[in-house]
Design a protein around this ligand. Structure first.
Ligand SMILES: Cc1cc2nc3c(=O)[nH]c(=O)nc-3n(C[C@H](O)[C@H](O)[C@H](O)COP(=O)(O)OP(=O)(O)OC[C@H]3O[C@@H](n4cnc5c(N)ncnc54)[C@H](O)[C@@H]3O)c2cc1C
Length: 503
């Protein structure tokens, strides 16, 4: 990485510390490493993707590190109740759906396809526990000290921990990183009971397939969970206050994506707000009203998922005691080095501004401890890829066409549909397209948007291109293996600066 940064620096003309000078500055700082001192170089509160990655990296950099986690398992929201269990269920439900609806087209006859929900949930739970235990193993391997309990600041260098076995201990650190993540945002008047009205956590563990599943909020979590239960047989309706789904998506892709979900049976009630909830009967009756006001209607459901965003989690942390500044929605304010206004206290991940995504939290964690170790860290929030893991998936990095227009940049667009991609045709899965936006004058890529069955994997070619300020011609002139879906990225790049071949 140091070499890559140095090469990038040469091309872009900025200064980066060499690995020699980093080693020198580390030795000058004289960090305590290994045992013998009660005080840690780094203490991290929260063992999610931000916190556990920061802890491992800090230890790798020779810093004595302790990570405090209240949950009893590592991996945070992502591994326990977020990214991993949702992707496990998305995959299992996709297999069921394919077996039921697509196998016959491929000449595979199956006489009876049934859902075994307990087995499906058990496979998800097994994936989660294997991965969370794996992180404990990584902590041991990297000599990260792990304290299981609820941490709260006593001072800017001490954290009191109520341990999960009922004890208490005080952990001291020269540098303390808050990585306490986020929690489900509740809606006024809607009480989550995790039975009839569930958060994403409840939606990952329903014991029966609901006949009618209503999702409040058309963000990526709501659409993913709606896809899971829709594939398993629920009638899914998504209620959204705004006029569009997933607001961070490019509008053209979003329209096609919504149409695709509708074709799969998902219903949308956009520009609609929930104004009342009645759980007195067997199911749930939601009172709906147009967002701008108007006549009420009733929508009945068996299970309602509240998925209207997430909120930073700092409850009981004692931030006010040490004077850490937050913004009006409770996010901890940090500078470019992830330092709060209190010396020695840092924050990363979902608890600070920026995209609430696991990979962003991980990047924050690495950059934060690199700064603490006297190195250079960097996270560019404009180049964090976003992926919706439905089928088709939608993945994007960089700017949308709307953002480019709003910035007044003159641009070119290149598109290539998977209908014209040989691999997509060969596997009979040709829905979607690649769309590339590049600056007209320089051909520098500004944004890439992909809707395809595995867009979440394809997007990283674009992420690298953006990171290295590549032009669309740079991508187009790279030899891509045939037949691959990636060839659609190359063809879209050709369409951006010149002409594609296969359409
Ligand atoms: C259903 C769902 C699906 C998702 N899917 C994706 C996805 O596919 N891709 C993606 O990138 N992101 C996804 N996310 C978002 C992702 O999970 C978060 O962005 C990510 O987990 C944030 O990491 P973090 O380390 O900042 O916080 P978290 O993962 O929330 O971890 C914070 C940890 O801190 C602990 N903690 C809090 N307070 C204290 C305290 N005082 N003392 C000790 N411990 C404490 C918590 O128990 C928690 O384990 C999903 C989220 C959900 C809910």
């Amino acid at each position: 990485m140091a070499m890559a940064m140095a090469n990038l620096a040469k091309r872009k003309g900025f200064f980066v510390l060499s690995s020699e000078s980093i080693r020198y500055s580390l030795s000058l700082r004289g960090f305590a490493s290994g045992s013998g001192s009660d005080e840690n170089d780094v203490v991290i509160i929260g063992g999610g993707p931000g916190g556990y990655v920061a802890a491992i990296k800090a230890s790798q950099l020779g810093l004595k590190t302790t990570c405090i986690e209240k949950r009893g398992t590592l991996g945070g929201t992502c591994l326990n109740v977020g990214c991993i269990p949702s992707k496990a269920l998305l995959h299992s439900s996709h297999l069921y759906h394919e077996a039921k609806h697509s196998f016959a087209h491929h000449g595979v006859k199956v006489s009876s396809v049934e859902v075994d929900l307990p087995a499906m949930l058990a496979q998800k739970d097994k994936a989660v526990s294997n991965l969370t235990r794996g992180i404990e193993g990584l902590f041991k391997k990297n000599k990260v000290n792990y304290v299981k309990g609820y941490g709260k600041f006593v001072s800017s260098s001490e954290v009191s921990v109520d341990t999960i076995d009922g004890g208490n201990t005080v952990v001291k650190g020269k540098h303390i990183i808050v990585a306490t993540g986020s929690d489900v945002k509740s809606l006024p008047g809607v009480t989550i009971d995790e039975k009839k009205i569930v958060s994403s956590t409840g939606a990952l563990a329903l014991s029966e397939i609901p006949k009618r599943f209503v999702v409040i909020g058309a963000g990526y979590i709501g659409l993913e969970m709606g896809s899971v239960w829709g594939r398993l047989g629920s009638e899914v309706t998504v209620v959204e206050f705004a006029s569009e789904i997933v607001p961070t998506m490019d509008a053209e892709i979003r329209k096609q994506f919504q149409r695709s979900l509708e074709k799969q049976g998902m219903k949308f009630k956009l520009n609609t707000k929930v104004v009342g909830v009645d759980t007195s009967g067997d199911g749930v009756k939601l009172s709906l009203e147009p967002s701008a006001g108007g006549d009420q209607t009733i929508l009945e459901a068996d299970v309602v998922l509240v998925s209207a965003g997430r909120t930073p989690f700092t409850s009981g942390l004692g931030l006010d005691k040490i004077g850490v500044e937050t913004d009006k929605v409770g996010r901890i304010l940090v500078n470019e080095r992830f330092s709060t206004n209190v010396s020695g206290v840092y924050a990363i991940g979902d608890v600070i501004p920026g995209p609430m995504l696991a990979h962003k939290a991980e990047e924050d964690g690495v950059a934060c401890v690199e700064y603490i170790a006297g190195k250079v860290g960097h996270v560019d929030y404009d180049k964090v890829p976003g992926v919706v893991y439905t089928n088709p998936e939608v993945a994007y990095v960089g700017k949308t066409e709307e953002q480019v227009k709003a910035l007044g940049i003159e641009y070119r667009v290149g598109k290539f549909p998977f209908m014209a991609n040989s691999r997509a045709k060969a596997i009979d899965n040709a829905e979607g397209l690649v769309k590339i936006l590049a600056e007209k004058e320089t051909d520098k890529i500004l944004g890439v948007h992909i809707m395809a069955s595995n867009a979440g994997e394809l997007i990283h070619e674009a992420a690298i291109a953006l990171q290295y300020d590549a032009s669309s011609e740079d991508i187009a002139r790279v030899c891509h293996a045939h037949p691959t879906l990636s060839e659609a990225v190359k063809e879209a790049a050709m369409a951006t600066y010149d002409k594609p071949i296969h359409i």
